[in-house]
Design a protein around this ligand. Structure first.
Ligand SMILES: *[C@@H]1O[C@H](CO)[C@@H](O)[C@H](O)[C@H]1NC(C)=O
Length: 216
C-alpha cells in the first residue's frame, strides 16, 4: 500500500476514535423530550393561562417557547388536517379561530405522555368525573371545547412543533448537545437551541396575523 493509503487509514481511525465517545455521551444525554401544548380560545379568554402555566411548571416541565397568537381559518385547518374529512371539522375550525391561543413547546423526560396525563381525557365532562385533578376537568367544557391541546405521539409532537416554531428542534434532544448532533443541525437551528431558555417575546394577536401567513 502506498504511503497515502496509510495516511488515509490513520486519518479515518482517528476520526472514528474521536467521534465514538461523543456518540455514547449523546445517547446517554438524550433523555429530554419535547411536546406541543396549546391553551385553546376558551382557556385563554376564561383567564386560565396563569393557572395552567403554574401547573406546567409545578409538574417539572420546562417551557422552551411560547407564543400568543390568533389562528386564522387556513392555519387552523392545516393544523387539524388529519380531521379534515370528519363531520365536526367546520365546528372545530370555527372554535379554534374564535380567539387567541397560547402555543407552547414543553420539555421534560417523557414530555408527550406526561402532558397527555396532566391534561386528562379528551371529553372534559368525562374528565371531571374520572380525572378531577386534570387540566381539562379544571377548565374544559366538553369534548371540543376542552381547553388544552397536547400532541398524541412523539411524531405528532415533531410535526406540531415544526408547524408553529420552524426554528425549534423537536423530539428527543440532549443537553448539552453532542458534537454529532451539532454537526447534523444547521447553524440557525443550533443558534435557536442555544438560546432556548430565553423566553420568546409574547406576540399579541394583532401583530402576528400578517407574520403568521409568511411562516406557515
Ligand atoms: C385571573 O386569574 C388569576 C389567577 O390565575 C387571578 O388572580 C385573577 O384575579 C383572575 N382575573 C380575573 C379577571 O378573573
Amino acid at each position: 500500500m502506498s504511503g497515502f493509503t496509510y495516511q488515509l487509514m490513520f486519518l479515518l481511525l482517528l476520526v472514528s476514535v474521536s467521534l465514538s465517545p461523543v456518540r455514547c455521551l449523546g445517547n446517554e444525554a438524550s433523555s429530554e423530550e419535547r411536546t406541543l401544548a396549546m391553551i385553546k380560545p376558551d382557556g385563554v379568554s376564561g383567564n386560565y393561562t396563569d393557572e395552567i402555566k403554574r401547573i406546567i411548571v409545578e409538574a417539572s416541565f420546562n417551557i422552551v417557547k411560547e407564543m400568543l397568537t390568533q389562528l386564522d381559518k387556513d392555519t387552523a385547518s392545516a393544523f387539524y388536517d388529519e380531521h379534515s374529512s370528519r363531520s365536526f371539522f367546520p365546528d372545530l375550525v370555527t372554535y379554534m379561530t374564535s380567539g387567541p391561543v397560547l402555543v407552547m413547546v414543553l420539555e421534560k423526560r417523557n414530555a408527550v405522555s406526561d402532558w397527555r396525563g396532566l391534561i386528562g381525557p379528551t371529553d372534559a365532562q368525562r374528565a371531571k368525573i374520572s380525572h378531577p385533578h386534570s387540566i381539562r376537568a379544571l377548565c374544559g367544557k366538553n369534548s371540543q371545547k376542552n381547553c388544552v391541546h397536547g400532541s398524541d405521539s412523539t411524531s405528532s409532537a415533531e410535526r406540531e412543533i415544526k408547524f408553529f416554531f420552524k426554528d425549534v428542534v423537536s423530539g428527543l434532544v440532549s443537553s448539552p448537545l453532542s458534537l454529532l448532533q451539532l454537526l447534523r443541525l444547521s447553524s440557525i437551528q443550533v443558534l435557536s437551541v442555544i438560546t432556548t431558555d430565553q423566553p420568546n417575546p409574547i406576540v399579541m394577536p394583532g401583530d402576528i396575523t400578517s407574520q403568521q401567513h409568511d411562516e406557515l
